[in-house]
Design a binder for this molecule. Structure first.
Ligand code: NAP
Length: 253
């Protein structure tokens, strides 16, 4: 009996997103690929993709570069969330150190449609500065990690939706809703109405799983405060879809 051939490629997928899981699923079953999914460990019970999974930081740029070299990684796909800026920077620096090719997988951002009332901010801090002028009952969907940025807003009531409970400091007037997408349009309509929301705060995460809140806000005539995404580090190859990422990997021979 002949032994199974060794995979020719070892892809390190920096994850924490739906796209990262979809990429792992797309490569699963192809004997040419070994996939290691990397998660930061922020979510208590993450949805695990197929392939191997490692959890926790690498210990900065040097740690990531050392991991890539020690584990024979042939390609890195940075499929982290568009707002995981530090990890994306580290991946870019690790590419420079190791020479192992890097692809940034970034789903397209959202664009306003007729009827939308969007205000853009370049950071959570800028959003916190703009918020009081837009409304007094905010639906905050920017994640629990940056919640401290809004903690000083004592006059605003917040409905905060996050996967895991936030930690102090948090705004004094808030209700926390623990939930993980995808979310439905009916559900979002109901939330906005029940809590008498008059402003929605979101990152420009893109994708369909959390987009219904934008439709619900448009229908209700509620303004949306959109935090723009940070740029992908210069010189890093980019794919906008899982399909394009798979094509990039297959073209690497
Ligand atoms: P970040 O600020 O860019 O990264 C901070 C540190 O966390 C990194 O330096 C790295 O630690 C570690 N890290 C981040 N992503 C990692 C990964 N996939 N595997 C191993 N270590 C990772 O990241 P963040 O914004 O806190 O996001 C953390 C995770 O949550 C990411 O995986 C991201 O995809 C996911 N996520 C983020 C958001 C968001 O809005 N930021 C939303 C949804 C999901 P070391 O320096 O020790 O390597």
């Amino acid at each position: 009996m002949s032994a199974e051939p060794e995979p020719r490629r070892h892809v390190l997928v920096l994850g924490g997103t739906t796209e990262a899981r979809r990429l792992a699923e797309a490569l699963a079953g192809d004997p040419a690929y070994r996939v290691t999914n990397s998660l930061a460990g922020r979510v208590a019970a993450p949805v695990l993709p197929p392939g191997e999974t490692r959890i926790g930081g690498f210990g900065g740029i040097a740690g990531l570069a050392a991991w890539i070299t020690a584990h024979g990684v042939t390609h890195v796909v940075d499929a982290t969330h568009p707002f995981a800026e530090r990890m994306s920077f580290h991946a870019s620096e690790a590419q420079a150190l190791t020479g192992v090719p890097l692809l940034a997988l970034r789903r397209p951002g959202w664009t306003p449609e007729p009827g939308d009332d969007w205000t853009f901010a370049d950071s959570l801090a800028e959003a916190a500065g703009l918020l009081p002028a837009l409304g007094g009952r905010a639906f905050l969907t920017t994640g629990r990690m940056g919640l401290h940025t809004f903690a000083h807003l004592a006059d605003t009531w917040f409905l905060v939706r996050s996967v895991d409970p936030p930690q102090a400091p948090v705004p004094p007037r808030l209700e926390v809703l623990l939930a993980r997408g995808p979310f439905t349009l009916d559900g979002e309509r109901e939330l906005l109405a029940r809590h008498r929301i008059d402003v929605l705060v979101t990152k420009d995460s893109g994708g369909s799983a959390t987009a219904p809140k934008l439709t619900a806000a448009r229908e209700a005539g509620i303004p949306v405060l959109v935090v723009r995404r940070p740029a992908v580090p210069p010189g890093v190859a980019q794919a906008r879809s899982v399909r394009a990422a798979v094509d990039w990997l297959r073209a690497q021979d």
